[in-house]
Design a protein around this ligand. Structure first.
Ligand code: BJ8
Length: 426
């Protein structure tokens, strides 16, 4: 029988009945979407376990870390460098939320036409249903899109430990200098929070741990080039989602284990879907847990997803950091270089992202690209038009979808996705 975590949630000041309702929906969704899949790799059992304990065991581990005086830092963006957090002797967890919650309450603080991701983050705070948020010693926001920038001004009145990182919007020399300065400022903030001075050795170790995590996901991504695809897009997405809050070493080991299994599957010509199933690349806004709506629609409509051009996906994990530097400054330079390559749509101009989408579509043998934009997300929706033009000029079919976290449009989306899959199957 599963442990009763009620006293733990109570100690975090959570709203227990609202939280029960959330967990009920999450468990049901997981059963219907994940456990209903066929031909899953056995190694996904680990991620099923992680999800069944998502607000239980992992939170207990984090609270145990806190008892040992280790600080927990929460973040909403892949620009927050985990390397620095680990080097400071703290733990980083992702806080982005993928479900609507307390919408009426949220709309008292934010305009209705705000993207679901931002609204969801507020809903989880206002509804007191996120134990990660409640156990964080520091919450890091970032000046990325206008929605987030302004939302953090309001969020600062709801939490007492918000730290906001500034970010460049242009990939210029000045932009890179700003990013490095902000990483230096963040390093000082982590040192102040933890009381630990970050040393060259600690930073090298932090880089090594994070590189290993990312390398495991690169390995997984490369295996998805095979036909038949050895793993579903839903399962691969889950691994990318769990990346943000699992223990790093355990995560790396679990992903590598799945990769070992997938290598055998590929040799034996086994797939999650039959060979020649139409292959889709998803591109656009990040999908945080439990946002599985669009991938579920795609993979129950006759196609398989072979890659995610998103921050929960390859955009977030693409590059490793050079760890050969011998001084703090050389190491800070090295990961400034690494993070500066992240091609979020907040950057202008942002041709790199279109180029990456083309590269990924070709490398993964995608028959088409589905661009996923959250409603009211200006950066990604605006960028989706040039992205579509670039792809179609190269003969790569593209469909642009705008949606939110609601389920009202599932029927309509399914009809559109089925028509697109039929078109790319010809
Ligand atoms: S680096 S993608 S994680 S900012 S969906 S809140 S952009 S209006 S999430 Fe992101 Fe960092 Fe960029 Fe990645 Fe705004 Fe759009 Fe909402 Fe978004």
């Amino acid at each position: 029988m599963r442990e009763d975590y009620t006293p733990m949630w109570e100690s975090l000041g959570m709203d227990l009945s609202a939280h029960d309702a959330l967990l009920g929906v999450l468990e049901q969704g997981y059963r219907d979407i994940y456990l209903a899949q066929k031909n899953r790799p056995e190694g996904m059992g680990y991620f099923d376990f992680v999800m069944s304990e998502v607000h239980g065991l992992r939170i207990k581990e984090l609270l145990d870390e806190k008892k040992q005086n280790r600080k927990i830092i929460g973040s909403y963006c892949v620009f927050v460098p985990e390397e620095i957090v680990l080097a400071g002797g703290a733990t980083l967890i992702g806080l982005c939320s993928g479900a609507d919650f307390a919408v009426e309450e949220v709309e008292k603080h934010l305009p209705r036409n705000t993207c679901s991701l931002i609204k969801s983050s507020f809903g989880f705070k206002l509804g007191k249903v996120c134990p990660y948020l409640e156990c964080a010693d520091m919450i890091v926001g970032e000046n990325t899109c206008d929605g987030k920038k302004k939302a953090y001004e309001i969020f600062a009145g709801m939490v007492d430990n918000l730290y906001v990182m500034d970010l460049p919007q242009v990939k210029s020399t000045q932009g890179r200098a700003l990013l490095k300065e902000e990483f230096e400022r963040f390093k000082t903030a982590v040192e102040e929070l933890t009381g630990n001075k970050i040393t060259v050795e600690a930073l090298k170790e932090g880089i090594k741990v994070v590189n290993a995590k990312r390398a495991a996901l690169h390995r997984l991504a490369i295996l998805r080039k095979a036909d038949p695809a050895p793993i579903s897009g839903l399962d691969a997405l889950l691994a990318n989602q769990v990346f943000f809050y699992d223990n790093p070493a355990r995560f790396t080991e679990s992903v590598n284990k799945i990769c070992d299994e997938l290598e055998v599957r590929i040799k034996e010509n086994q797939g999650a879907f039959p060979s020649k199933t139409p292959r889709i690349l998803i591109s656009g806004c990040p999908m945080a847990v439990p946002n599985w709506k669009l991938p579920w629609i795609i993979e129950t409509s006759g196609a398989v997803i072979v890659g995610e051009e998103a921050c929960v996906g390859e955009r977030g994990t693409r590059n490793l950091t050079d760890d050969s530097g011998q001084s703090l400054d050389e190491l800070m330079e090295a990961f400034t270089d690494r993070y500066f390559k992240v091609d979020c749509a907040i950057f202008t101009p942002n041709q790199e992202r279109s180029d990456h989408i083309v590269d990924m579509a070709q490398a993964y043998g995608a028959n088409g690209v589905i661009h996923y934009g959250l409603q009211f997300c200006q950066p990604y929706i605006m960028e989706s038009i040039p992205v579509e033009n670039t792809l179609e000029n190269l003969g790569i079919p593209c469909m642009r979808i705008e949606t939110d976290y609601g389920m009202e449009d599932v029927g309509q989306l399914k009809t559109r996705v089925e028509a697109f899959i039929e078109q790319i199957s010809d």
